[in-house]
Design a protein around this ligand. Structure first.
Ligand code: HEM
Length: 145
């Protein structure tokens, strides 16, 4: 599709800080009500929520505050190593992120959909650090097709 945005264009197109704040608010509401994810996340969700906001707005073309705070490159898989992330919890995480996007009207047909949906689908798989065999198989399928 020719009218897809690049990563850098997403931030301005969707409405900047306001959009990413809403995305993270909606997403974390879902996390707060999910037993499996709560068993992985730390008890206090506030710091992670703020970092998620700073990271996502940076990733999609906004201010580079996350890098200033947490360093660059972000090494997201390494940062997730302390948490036991299975395929199942990744799938739940991903479905909540996609639902949150949809609640903000980022769905099929929206210029930001392809880039955001594809990013979350691919990168969330890289955070899986349990049952490595299955992960590696999926990674090969993921990257070679
Ligand atoms: C595209 C996929 C993902 C992105 C971009 C992402 C992004 C982030 C970021 C930016 C942080 C904060 C890191 C820091 O600076 O300390 C974080 C923390 C975390 N993420 Fe992810 N994540 C992804 C997938 C997942 C998945 C699939 C899970 C589990 C099912 C997960 C669980 C966590 C947990 C438990 C933390 C720690 C939160 C805290 O300290 O409060 N993430 N993630």
């Amino acid at each position: 599709m020719e009218n897809n945005l690049t990563f850098e264009e997403v931030y301005d197109y969707v409405g900047g800080d306001q959009f990413f704040q809403s995305l993270v608010d909606i997403f974390y509401k879902k996390v707060e009500n999910d037993e499996l994810l709560l068993s992985i996340f730390p008890r206090d969700l506030s710091e992670g929520k703020k970092l998620q906001y700073l990271f996502l707005r940076q990733r999609f073309g906004g201010p580079r505050e996350y890098a200033a705070l947490r360093g660059e490159p972000a090494h997201m898989r390494k940062r997730h190593m302390p948490y036991k992330i299975t395929i199942q919890s990744r799938n739940i995480w991903l479905s909540y992120m996609i639902e949150s996007l949809k609640e903000l009207n980022i769905k099929e047909g929206h210029p930001a959909w392809m880039v955001m949906n594809d990013y979350f689908e691919r990168i969330s798989m890289r955070m899986v650090n349990q049952n490595e065999f299955i992960v590696e198989k999926n990674e090969i399928i993921d990257f070679k097709t």
